[in-house]
Design a protein around this ligand. Structure first.
Ligand SMILES: NC(=O)c1ccc[n+]([C@@H]2O[C@H](COP(=O)([O-])OP(=O)(O)OC[C@H]3O[C@@H](n4cnc5c(N)ncnc54)[C@H](O)[C@@H]3O)[C@@H](O)[C@H]2O)c1
Length: 345
């Protein structure tokens, strides 16, 4: 198994690379290391990965490449083939993330999440990867009122450009699975948090502001419900899916009928904690861990935001016999320990 991980300098990409390296699996990382948030944090993650790879005596190749460059992506596959160990799997996590930023800079979403997605899935097909995994998002459920969100729910009404790009990715993946028999698995992540997390997300922003005695802006008066999901649970889910799928004979059979309507090797899973928490309670858990109160400025709901996310994870649990379950208290504690160590030691 040799895995190309896109978005390797990003939050989830870093953690999955780490897990793979620790599991003695060969990894190639790709990222354009853009400045949507602190580039130093991305470089530190890459540095950490190199250190772990050295320790494990495993080669971790990294390519600073933009997904927009179809030919450069192709040359990574080509180079890997020349070394007699071709890329067998792709875990595609690189994307322009964030709901609110998609109102400010829509072009970034079209370039990375639509054109970039096409480039990587097309190269994966051309280079005959065995399985293509990709990040989708809970935001595809848009303003759906039925909770919890199930994979079979209708997701035809995205309410942000970001969500629309993620839904488009799922449609493209289905087409590739159907037409070319390429197994694909979409991962609908629900607000992932934890050590080495993203500075544009609530936990990082709130922690930094509280420590610096700055006020925090809390949208929808803090009444928003989020299914906060701890990073270790997300990584365990992806890794278990990878292992389970690699043992699935039907999925990996070379004799599957082409263009069959009966069998399309396409799956989607919710990856969430299945325990929605009020934003206000999340803030209390941060305050408790820091031993310090936040100065809260209550604000209205932001365009594109949804009021509640809540994952039904039965499908995931049935398939891999695992579901995310880390409590907010434990998860936030681990984040804050990392934050203090990273910034102050
Ligand atoms: N973190 C979450 O809560 C969450 C929730 C739902 C979905 N997701 C999705 O999961 C994936 C990973 O998210 P994350 O939280 O690690 O985000 P992240 O921003 O930390 O990581 C994404 C990485 O992709 C890279 N990237 C962006 N555009 C690129 C391009 N054109 N070419 C090459 N690299 C590019 C960025 O530099 C970044 O390092 C994304 O697809 C995101 O949309 C994340």
């Amino acid at each position: 198994m040799k895995i190309l991980v896109t978005g390797a300098a990003g939050f989830i990409g870093f953690h999955i690379c780490k897990k793979l390296i620790f599991s003695d699996i060969e990894v190639i990382g790709l990222d354009n290391v853009n400045d949507y948030y602190d580039v130093d944090l991305k470089l530190s993650r890459l540095n950490e990965l190199q250190k772990i790879a050295k320790l494990k005596q495993i080669n971790f190749e990294f390519y600073k490449v933009d997904l927009i460059d179809f030919h450069k992506i192709g040359s990574i596959f080509c180079k890997s083939r020349e070394t007699n160990s071709k890329i067998s799997h792709v875990i595609h996590l690189a994307a322009q993330a964030g709901v609110r930023y998609s109102l400010e800079n829509p072009t970034a979403y079209i370039d990375s999440n639509l054109v970039g997605f096409f480039n990587i899935i097309e190269q994966s097909k051309l280079n005959k990867v065995e399985h293509f995994y990709y990040a989708s998002s809970s935001s595809v459920y848009g303003g759906n009122n039925k909770l919890p969100f199930e994979e079979k729910d209708n997701v035809d009404k995205p309410i942000s450009l970001y969500a629309a790009t993620k839904k488009s990715n799922e449609l493209l993946a289905h087409t590739y699975s159907h037409l070319f028999n390429m197994p694909t698995t979409g991962l609908r992540f629900f607000t992932v948090y934890g050590p080495w997390g993203r500075p544009d997300m609530a936990l990082f922003k709130f922690t930094r502001a509280i420590l610096n005695n700055e006020p925090i802006r809390v949208f929808n008066q803090g009444k928003m419900l989020r299914d906060f999901t701890f990073i270790d649970d997300v990584i365990q889910s992806i890794f278990s899916l990878l292992m389970k799928n690699s043992l699935d004979k039907d999925l990996n059979s070379k004799n599957k009928p082409r263009n069959s309507n009966k069998f399309t090797p396409y799956k989607i899973f919710n990856i969430g904690n299945s325990k929605p928490t009020k934003l206000n309670d999340y803030i209390i858990a941060i305050e408790n861990n820091l031993g310090k109160k936040a100065q809260v400025i209550l604000d209205d709901m932001q365009p594109g935001d949804v009021e509640a996310t809540f994952a039904d994870t039965n499908l995931l649990q049935k398939y891999i016999n695992f579901k995310p379950n880390t409590s907010i208290e434990d998860g936030i504690k681990k984040f804050i320990n990392w934050y203090l160590e990273y910034h102050y030691n």
